[in-house]
Design a protein. Structure first.
Length: 101
């Protein structure tokens, strides 16, 4: 039965990966179409408020998210790594002294 379970888990992982890929591709397509629609129109065609909201949603927020992911997340990670470096070292030393290796 372990062989069947292993094959079943591989199939589940493969199916989940394919589903994630399909959903991601659809979302990227929707995002590209949204950017194209906002970029090719002007406020006089759809109204100033609708245009500004669409511009913010399709161009502004993705730009902010990209900046956050590429700049802020690495800085937060490095700060936390440096802040807890001594604690991690103490935990590693304690584990090696107790013979848990």
């Amino acid at each position: 039965t372990s062989t069947w379970e292993c094959d079943s888990m591989k199939a589940c992982k493969w199916t989940a990966g394919v589903a994630l890929l399909v959903v991601s591709a659809v979302l990227v397509l929707i995002w590209v179409l949204g950017i194209w629609q906002v970029s090719t129109t002007n406020p006089s065609r759809c109204g100033f408020v609708v245009y500004e909201i669409a511009h913010y949603v399709w161009i502004g927020l993705p730009a902010i998210a990209l900046v956050f992911l590429s700049c802020c997340v690495p800085c937060i990670y490095c700060h936390e790594y440096r802040k807890h470096k001594a604690t991690d070292r103490e935990l590693m030393d304690t584990g090696s002294d107790s013979g848990l290796e």
